[in-house]
Ligand binder design. Sequence first.
Ligand code: GAL
Length: 387
Amino acid sequence: MRQGKIFLLLLFGCLLAPAGFCGTNQGSSSDSILYSSFFPGETWYDTDSVHINAHGGGILVTQGIFYWFGEHKTAGYGGNTAQVGIRCYSSNDLYNWKNEGVALASVDDPDSEIVRGCVMERPKVIYNQKTGKFVMWFHLELKGQGYSAARTAVAVSDQVTGPYRYIRSFRVNPERWPMDFTEEMKNATDDPNLKSWTPEWVEAVNDGMFVRRDFKCGQMARDMTLFVDDDGKAYHIHASEENLTLHVAELTEDYLDFTGKWIRVMPGGHNEAPAIFKRNGLYYMITSGCTGWRPNAARSAVSGSIWGPWEPLGNPCRGEHAELTFFAQSTFVLQVPGMKNAYIFMADRWRPRNPIDGRYVWLPITFEEEKPVIRWMDEWDLDVFKK
Ligand code: GAL
């Protein structure tokens, strides 16, 4: 590990720490690390000197504090299943993170949808101004069913760090057509014997074959994110239709359900791991292709409205290993409050054989001709946004 900008804090070393740091560090071992920069791809330690365990995560900023929610992974085979649940960390500078414990725990009850051993992925938390509640959504797969349930799940809390009360899981928007679906698309009949990946099959998928198939029971929801717009409306964006098409779906005013308003984005485009942000009135999306835990080239898209049309902008990554997103996969884009044009691309380097060893790749987003661009940096800090 580079020592340059990392200071080992011996007990007396707290004197070196910025105001507030020692306070959040109480009870930790005597040699906590104080970071003042990011080291993409390297093990990142919390203020207890334990590596941060919050994969596929997202960040909520409330009352000037950053809260990072992510999947707690464990070691070895099965470490991608929810043995612990969703963990939360807090920070006031984005470099140093305090473990706030498990925000939503997987449970022992075999009848619960979040029984230990299920899959709880890509959690995101948003705050509802009207209800004063913190609302968590995540991708849920039922225990022992692989990835076939393809559900979204919701939990709620009065406190940002939880514990969150699990509400339910379900498929999205049953009996509701996408806003842009034509009568012809609604009424089309599909040949169930079409062979996958033939031109006819691809055309049928693009025309909504899976939307029709899942109309009654609701649309599939796997990799997901949330986005709250300036007007307080929130959206749930998820990989659907067997991961072939992303859906953008509006949440109700309390953020606990769907309104039934939704669209398909880039039908048949095979996008997942969506991350959304807004800049200068434009909506940007960064996604990945679908190769499971293996990295692939990121994609980006822009739209003047959350409802599209979304225009593909290609791979935002540049330089060596850009074609594999620097061996990582998008999970969230954080707009740093109080800084102009400051957007952080957050991604995961998965380690499926030993998931606990997964790493975080956070990189600054720059804009070239209004397109997002991401370049590798071994080490960087928030001053890059001041240049
Ligand atoms: C990835 C996805 C991860 C996880 C994994 C399972 O494509 O982004 O969140 O679901 O597949 O194989």
